[in-house]
Ligand binder design. Structure first.
Ligand SMILES: [Zn+2]
Length: 333
């Protein structure tokens, strides 16, 4: 029973990939065409529209917005008098029934998904523990010895690769990234960002060093440097988007040194401040710290930097992670 269910879902998903997207308006046009052809008893026409519909990716929203299901339902009962049209009518009934059955499955699946996702889409901010999973961890915290307990894993962040040593490294990088550079505790947005960064660091590490020996050598060096309490700059640069995980995994130890990073960061911030009044930051958005694009939620300063990170599904918009250079507030939006 269980395995049959899973198999079904897989076929549905695979089918979805091949189906074409359609807008509500296009769907409404097809619905109108169907009704017109039904009135004029154009059975061949009905069949050709049904055939088009079987190649479209219909969502629950489509069904609710266009009510096309009702039209198709009426076709499952279509009758004709003429003997010659008998086969066509039967064809239409079958096609319509299979569409209805498929769409019923889709709407059921999407409704279930909505119920599952409900807690996530609540707008009001919640304490860190409520939004993600805080795992128990016996590792002592890195850096300045602040007493964080466990990891904060945001909902939706998949940290399992199926390979033991990689999963362990993901957790290690998240743990290291979630240590704030000073006495403060990270807010939930910062913990979320740090978790994604930790995860991305491992992904980049593995991409760059698929060979296990090289992977582990590099991982050791990265952990050492991220942990170094004399070099909080490394984690700060990552958290502010001045350094990204792709760059991190190809840096040599000298480049990871605190003084070099600080110099680099100061220069980027200064460059950005100099060019705030131009559109420069838009053109250079990917390369630089993007000063002035967002307003700080806390102190309303426009002296902010931001970077983008994929924290949700690959087809969803990127999350902006903003740092205020005046009050040091960090938030995502
Ligand atoms: Zn601020």
């Amino acid at each position: 029973m269980e395995s049959i269910k899973i198999k079904h879902q897989q076929t549905d998903n695979m089918e979805k990939v091949r189906l074409e997207r359609i807008t509500d308006d296009e769907l409404l046009d097809l619905k109108k065409a169907l009704e017109k052809k039904k009135d004029s008893e154009d059975f061949y026409g009905i069949l050709s529209v049904l055939k088009v519909l079987t190649h479209k990716q219909i969502t629950l929203e489509h069904l609710q917005n266009t009510k096309i299901g009702k039209t198709i339902s009426s076709l499952t009962k279509i009758e004709v008098k003429g003997k010659d049209s008998d086969n066509e009518a039967q064809n239409i009934r079958q096609q319509a029934e299979s569409l209805i059955e498929r769409w019923r499955k889709v709407s059921k699946m999407e409704k279930n998904k909505k119920i599952e996702q409900k807690p996530e889409s609540k707008p009001e901010p919640k304490p860190a523990q409520a939004q993600g999973i805080v795992t128990d961890s016996n590792h002592s915290s890195a850096g300045n010895g602040s007493a964080r307990q466990g990891l904060f894993i945001p909902l939706g962040l998949k940290i399992h690769t199926g390979t033991g040593y990689r999963d362990a490294m993901i957790k290690k990088f998240i743990e290291l990234m979630q240590v704030p550079p000073d006495e403060d505790n990270y807010n939930e947005d910062q913990l979320d960002c740090a978790a994604h960064l930790g995860n991305n660091i491992e992904k980049e590490l593995f991409n760059k060093f698929p060979n296990i020996k090289e992977y582990q050598d590099k991982a050791r060096s990265l952990v050492f440097n991220l942990k170094d309490s004399r070099n909080p700059e490394l984690r700060v640069s990552l958290m502010q988007g001045i350094l990204n995980p792709t760059q991190l995994v190809t840096m040599d130890p000298k480049e990871m040194a605190s003084s070099q990073l600080k110099e680099q960061r100061d220069k980027i911030i200064k460059d950005n401040l100099n060019s705030r009044r131009t559109d420069w930051h838009l053109e250079n958005a990917a390369a630089k710290g993007n000063v002035g694009f967002f307003t700080c939620r806390k102190c309303k300063s426009k002296n902010t930097t931001y970077f983008q990170m994929q924290t949700r599904g690959a087809d969803e918009p990127m999350t902006n992670f903003v740092t205020c250079l005046d009050c040091k507030n960090q938030f995502k939006c």
